[in-house]
Ligand binder design. Sequence first.
Ligand code: ATR
Length: 280
Amino acid sequence: MTRRVCVIGWPVAHSRSPLIHNHWIAEYGIEDAEYVRFAVAPDGAGETIRNLQALGYIGANVTVPHKEVAFAALGRHDAMARRLKAVNTIVTLADGGLEGRNTDGYGFIANLKDRAARWRADKGPAVILGAGGAARAIAAALEDEGAPEIRIVNRTAGRAEALIEEIGLKSARVIPAAQTAKALEGAGLLVNTTTLGMKGENDVEIDLSPLPQTALVTDIVYTPLETGLLRRAREAGHETVDGLGMLLHQAVPGFEAWFGVRPEVTEELRRLVLADIAGK
Ligand code: ATR
């Protein structure tokens, strides 16, 4: 029997998950596996997710805008999905039931460990720009990794306050955008989770000079691969990590759960996804 998995989103044509998972399916010679796109409109998303197995799927990835609906639709979750109230990966457990998981924060940390081997979360405060869904996953993962303090800078301060409260961050604080310089003082990590820097958008324009030279700078935007923020950070002598690896690494635990092989994030896979981005 073919093990079928899909990525659920609306729209979903832009999703690079099929490219990643089908690369691994071929790479590891898994003959009974199939990974497809599944466009699901918002009004039917909860029902579709509850009926996933009846529709012929053993699992799924869930992308924008359905991650919260997927959380609500499922009765069982891993700890991270429960904390974030958002699901990006659905698996069939040994007892046949579905479980919603969230691997976004895992992907973020795994990417940093992969590309900046000396970086450690516990070396200094982390500064997060933005307070959306990605910021939530990253903040929770950084706390779990031992970040001594998390400073959240967001245009809308109320959203940052809500984030801290909802995911129960212990040593986090909101720093108003006007005081970004203060947030950067003594930090060990700066991460942009806003949409700024994406092709066609304005760049993140904060002054990086208060940031210690030893701080790592990373961005979850990966189109372009080197955002304006990453370029300025690199020119100022910081180590930088681009956001593509977060996308690749978040896919690893799902693939392992569905197909029983822990896949590797290789340079070849990075090149494949980059070529796809360049072709669009
Ligand atoms: P995601 O779930 O992908 O993280 P999101 O929930 O839409 O995306 O969040 C986008 C983030 O980018 C938010 O932090 C948003 O700031 P607000 O909460 O103030 O809206 C931030 N953002 C988007 N455009 C921005 C801009 N022009 N200037 C500053 N921040 C911006």
